[in-house]
Every structure is written in C-alpha cells, then in structure tokens.
Design a binder for this molecule. Structure first.
Ligand code: HEM
Length: 399
C-alpha cells in the first residue's frame, strides 16, 4: 500500500473512528439523531478537514491508486466511509450549483467506481465480506458495540446464504433425480437454518435505539458529484437472489423481482454481479421437479430429493420472514413511528418512503414463503402439487 493510501486507512481506523464515536455518544445522551452544539461542531469540522486533506494527497499522487481490483474496492470503501460519515453528521450540504462540497472525495469515488464497474460510494460489503482486519481489528465507523454486533451477524448471515447458494448451484448440475443431490440440498437447508439462527442472535444482542440512532444513519444515501446514490443495504449480495431463483420461489420473468435485482447490481463487486447475472439464466429446481415428476416420482432418490427440496424452501421462507417480521419491523418500522415527520426522511436505503418499502419487502417475504396470494406470482400451488405427489406415491407404495 502506498503511503497516501496507508495514511487514509490509518486515519479511518483511528481518529475518524474516535470522532464518530464521540459524536454518537454525545447525540445519544441528548436523545437526538443529530446535535449541532459547540462540542459537535468542532469535531465535525475536524472530521471534514482531516478527511479532505488525506484524500487530496491521494489525488495529487495519482500513481498511488492501487492497480488490483480488490485494493481499489477497498480504497473506495475508505473514501466512501468518509463521505457516509459526513452525510450522517450533515456536514455535506450541497453547494449552490448542486454539487457535493466533498469535491476531492467525489472525484476519487467516481474514478474508482467507474474503473470497478460499481456505484461510486460506500457499500455494506465494505464492512462485511470486503473488510480486512489489521492487528485483529476490522474497520468500523465507531467503537460502539452495537455496530460490531450488527456487522458481525450480518456478515455471518451473508456467509451462510453463500453456503446455501453454492450447494444449490451444485445441486442444479446433478439434477433432481441424481442420488447425491439430497446431500447438497441438506447442506443448503442447514445453511439457511444458520441464517435464521444468526438473525435471531442479532435480534437478541442488538439494542433497538442504539441501532436506530447511532448505527443505521451511516447507511444513508449521499451525494457524489451532483447525484445522490442510494444507501448501503445489508442485502446487497448475490446469494439470496441466487437461492430465490435456483429454488424457483422468485422468477426472472417477474418485473417486480427483476427490479430488485437490477437495483442492487451496482452495489456489489463484479464477482458478485456476475453470479447474480448467471443465476438469471438458469432454470429452477422447482421447475425440474415439476417436469420430471411424471417419469421419476416412483424413484426413491427423486422422492428423497423432493422431500429435502421442500425443506430447503421452508427454511428459506422462515429465515426471510424473521428478517421482515422481527428485524425490519422492530428496528426500523417501530422506532420510526416515534419520529417527527421531518426526521423520517431518508430512513430507507433504497429511497422510497417507509410504507412503500415495507409493502414491497412484504411481497418479497410472501414470494419467499410461497404464500397463498393471487396478486403475486407465488409458487404456492406448485408446491402443493409437489407435496401431494409425494403423498400419492407414498400411498401407492403403502407407506
Ligand atoms: C437490524 C437488522 C436489520 C434490519 C433493520 C434490516 C433492514 C432491512 C431493510 C429496511 C431492507 C430494505 C432495504 C432498503 O432500504 O431498500 C433490507 C433488505 C435486505 N436485508 Fe436486511 N436488515 C437487517 C439485517 C439483515 C441481515 C442480518 C441480513 C442477512 C444477511 C439481511 C438481509 C437482507 C436482504 C437479503 C435484503 C434485500 C432484499 C432482498 O433481496 O431480500 N438483513 N433489510
């Protein structure tokens, strides 16, 4: 790492971290999302100026910009964290011409974003899967324990989703009558049960008000150049959509669902974007079970696979239902009710007003749970058909 890049990284991990922590503790004692008193203003100014100076040095030494994808993505994370913190503390009011006052940070973010093929901003994965530890400590905005809890269980949830999608991807290659497919489906089920377990631990450990007041505000949308880029979202990784499509619970022909996938593409590194793209082109396990049911349903291995497949679908639905009914409701919807209208702006990562977002997330939950809803392309009827086929064969065989 060249010295200017290293200096920024060191600052993000020390003074930046310290200033944000002091500000958050100060806001929290005042029961406010933001405070603009003397104590806060001096720290905000220091944050603004120190970050600007470090980023200007990088810009002045163009050769310092790293050449590998991973290192550039990591640098975008550091610059983006600075911009996200400026947004969080509201020290980035646009200039008269509509541009962000963080000119140097905008320039470098655009340069990196366009070279990397991603949005020019901080993403959730910069604190998750793409977060390098140094001396045992990874980068965070603050020293607050609730932030670490949030990042840890998010990252564990993402890793578990990735385990499930890897297993399903391999299962697709075997097909639904292969004798070893059941082994992979059981792996996928275990991984999705882990997702639920991690979400439950997160719910036990994370303090609602700390999350709402001191952690989530760093994930807001912010301006780069003269455009706002939507907020960072814990769901910006490919595996959850790969699982939806490989299982067949969501469809590549559903514009509502495609919109969600396309929206998140720019908020993940290219390897993830590629996986997302590849999953759109594949047929689903559900469709394979339905197609091959006629000819294979008397085969024991097909029935074992189908039984395991139905369990995987259930585990996926339960994990996401918990996310929706407990995490989104408990950590965003309920605390938001207590805010004044002016404070409600910018509560969601993707931008739409909270009730609109909640309706859309509720739809996603019902697709993943294959609920009996006629107004969405739920696979309820197809799953009923597959369940019934198992019982019919069971009866014929006298089991
Ligand atoms: C306190 C904890 C959490 C809260 C309050 C929360 C809230 C939200 C919200 C509000 C959205 C919609 C994004 C938007 O604003 O447009 C969302 C999306 C999402 N979140 Fe979370 N989340 C939490 C934790 C997690 C965890 C631990 C995971 C698992 C890795 C996760 C996975 C997802 C996924 C996959 C999506 C994208 C929608 C999708 O494609 O399914 N979230 N979350």
């Amino acid at each position: 790492m060249s010295s200017s890049i290293q200096a920024l990284d060191k600052w993000v991990r020390t003074q930046f971290l310290q200033i944000n922590t002091e500000l958050e503790e100060h806001y929290f004692t005042q029961h406010a999302l933001l405070v603009d008193d003397e104590f806060s203003l001096s720290r905000k100014q220091t944050l603004l100026e120190q970050g600007k100076a470090l980023i200007s040095t990088i810009l002045d030494n163009a050769d310092d910009i790293p050449s590998t994808y991973e290192d550039r993505f990591y640098l975008l994370g550091n610059v983006g964290m600075y911009m996200a913190a400026c947004r969080r503390h509201q020290i980035d009011a646009p200039l008269e011409n509509g541009y962000s006052p963080l000119g140097e940070a905008s320039t470098i973010s655009f340069q990196l974003g366009s070279a990397l093929g991603v949005a020019p901003r901080f993403m959730a994965t910069h604190l998750g899967l793409y977060n390098r530890a140094s001396n045992g400590v990874y980068r965070t905005f603050t020293h607050l324990q609730d932030e670490t809890v949030f990042i840890d269980y998010n990252t564990l949830g993402t890793l578990a989703y990735k385990k499930a999608s890897d297993a399903l991807e391999r299962a697709m290659r075997f097909g639904v009558s292969h004798p070893l497919t059941v082994y992979l489906l059981n792996d996928a089920k275990k991984a999705l049960e882990e997702v639920l377990k991690f979400n439950k631990i997160l719910d036990e450990k994370l303090d609602v008000m700390r999350f709402f007041y001191n952690v989530r505000p760093y994930y807001k949308s912010y301006r780069v150049g003269r455009r706002d880029y939507r907020g960072a979202n814990a769901g910006d990784f490919a595996a959850v959509n790969e699982i939806d499509l490989l299982l067949g619970l969501c469809s590549r022909d559903d514009p509502f669902y495609l919109d969600i996938m396309i929206d998140k593409k720019a908020y993940m590194p290219q390897s993830e974007q590629q996986r997302l793209q590849d999953s759109i082109g594949k047929t689903s396990l559900m469709d394979q079970f339905l197609e091959e049911g006629e000819s294979c349903c008397s085969l024991q291995q097909y029935r074992d696979n189908l039984t395991a497949f139905l369990e995987v679908c259930e585990a996926h639905g339960l994990a996401y239902a918990f996310h929706h009914d407990k995490l989104v409701k408990g950590y965003i919807e309920e605390p938001a009710l207590k805010l004044s209208d002016s404070q409600k702006e910018n509560l969601t990562a993707s931008g739409p007003p909270l009730p609109v977002l909640l309706r859309s997330l509720g739809k996603l939950r019902d697709l993943r749970m294959a609920r009996d809803r006629a107004d969405i392309p739920s696979r309820f009827a197809d799953l009923q058909k597959l369940k019934a086929s198992l019982q019919t064969v069971g009866k014929k065989a006298g089991t």
